[in-house]
Design a protein around this ligand. Structure first.
Ligand SMILES: COc1cc(/C=C/C(=O)SCCNC(=O)CCNC(=O)[C@H](O)C(C)(C)COP(=O)(O)OP(=O)(O)OC[C@H]2O[C@@H](n3cnc4c(N)ncnc43)[C@H](O)[C@@H]2OP(=O)(O)O)ccc1O
Ligand SMILES: O=C(O)CCC(=O)C(=O)O
Ligand SMILES: [Fe+2]
Length: 354
């Protein structure tokens, strides 16, 4: 016999720390009504035979590789990379560590919810913005904002701390390589001490956990959104489920898992700084009826105290600014306080001419 849905859902999921994982493990016949998405969010036309570009980074000094990166960032906002230099064991270890964190009992995980966490920079949570959302999402997350090694050592959960830090550290060269290539097309000669903080002054790593879902077609794991980062480096496992908006703005394209590859996407901050040249593309994750999935994005961001706006180097030729200057932490708070709403976050910074 299937178990009954807990009468107080937020008490069970968040206050007690069970997460959506706890709901999934009850063997429910269908998800609680709070997780049922409106029809328009469930209907998505996934096109087959179309793929985001796959770029081999082995020779990333070559102009044709650099062009491929910039072209992909302009047209697709998303691409996969292989031979990226981040050791495969580092990627495997951080996926294992993600499973290890979620395997802990709820009494351990609950120590990291917003209410209990030892630091505002460490947060275990479930649906994105439960107060604001029409329907909840079928995923749990652990979000770790990097400030210093010392803070991470003392506040990040030991089940995944070392592996998350290692993944972040070993991705540093790749992040700089990608940004150097991308900013060159924006007439910024290189990433150096004068501009590094603006492009990559803060990092957040999320450990996402997507439990098995009974009536998975009626809900969603992550709703339509664009990231607010400069760049996101996403590690996904072999299950699949990530979809990105096609360049025709109508259809969706699946991002097939490729062993050892990383998915790169442009975030809103780089869209704003490039005055719209690079695109932060809407994406979503579907729930799975038979398999658990994990993913580990590193969000590379400006510092919260930075002001983001179109770069002077981009506007130098007389191009009109499409975005105003905004304080990055205000932008991120705006994103976190509302439900996922596709590409709407960037409207916050858009200049609407009269
Ligand atoms: C979680 O599910 C997600 C997440 C995403 C994320 C996509 C990204 O691109 S993340 C990259 C974001 N950039 C940064 O984190 C760097 C800059 N950081 C900051 O500016 C600040 O750390 C801050 C995020 C603005 C937090 O500011 P602070 O004033 O110190 O803190 P609060 O007052 O606690 O937070 C404000 C507001 O945001 C909510 N919030 C904070 N952190 C998180 C988090 N990790 N996850 C979810 N929500 C968060 C917090 O609850 C506050 O809201 P209230 O309503 O409670 O006031 C993509 C897809 C996903 O599904
Ligand atoms: O899990 C994925 O494939 C994507 C996750 C994502 O979009 C996010 O965490 O912002
Ligand atoms: Fe995302």
């Amino acid at each position: 016999m299937a178990a009954a849905i807990p009468s107080d859902l937020s008490e069970f999921v968040m206050v007690k720390g069970n997460g959506v994982k706890g709901l999934s493990e009850m063997g429910l016949k269908s998800v609680p009504r709070e997780y049922i998405q409106p029809l328009e969010e469930r209907m998505m036309k996934v096109v087959s035979g179309e793929f985001i570009p796959i770029i081999d980074m082995a020779n990333c000094d070559e102009p044709k590789v650099q062009d491929a990166i910039c072209d992909a960032a302009q047209k697709w906002g998303f691409f996969q990379i292989i031979n990226h230099g981040v050791p495969l064991h580092v990627l495997e270890n951080v996926k294992d560590a993600t499973h290890r964190f979620y395997q802990m009992p709820p009494q351990e995980k609950v120590k990291f919810t917003k209410e209990n966490s030892p630091s505002n920079h460490v947060r275990y949570g479930s649906s994105f913005s439960p107060e604001a959302e029409k329907a909840l999402e079928w995923k749990d997350y652990l979000s770790l904002f990097y400030v210093s090694d010392h803070e991470a050592q003392t506040t990040w959960p030991s089940a995944c701390r070392d592996e998350a830090l290692e993944y972040m550290k070993r991705s540093e060269i790749l992040i700089k390589q990608l940004l150097n290539v991308l900013v060159k097309r924006l007439n910024v000669s290189k990433i150096d001490e004068t501009n590094e903080a603006l492009f990559m002054g803060s990092k957040r790593i999320n450990l996402n956990y997507y439990p098995v879902c009974p009536n998975h077609e009626e809900t969603i794991a992550i709703g339509r959104h664009s990231d607010v980062s400069t760049l996101t480096i996403l590690l996904q496992d072999e299950i699949g489920g990530l979809h990105v908006r096609a360049p025709n703005h109508r259809d969706w394209i699946h991002v097939p898992p490729i062993s050892g590859a990383l998915v790169i996407n442009i975030g809103d901050a780089l869209q704003v700084m490039s005055n719209g040249r690079y695109k932060s593309i809407e994406h979503r994750v579907s729930a799975n009826g038979s398999k658990i999935r994990v993913s580990v994005p590193i969000f590379v961001n400006p510092r919260p105290s930075d002001v983001i706006g179109p770069l002077p180097q981009v506007l130098a030729s007389g191009e009109k600014a499409m975005y105003r200057d905004v304080l990055y932490s205000d932008y991120v708070k705006h994103f976190f306080r509302k439900s996922h709403d596709g590409k709407m976050t960037v409207e916050y910074a858009k200049i609407h001419s009269l």
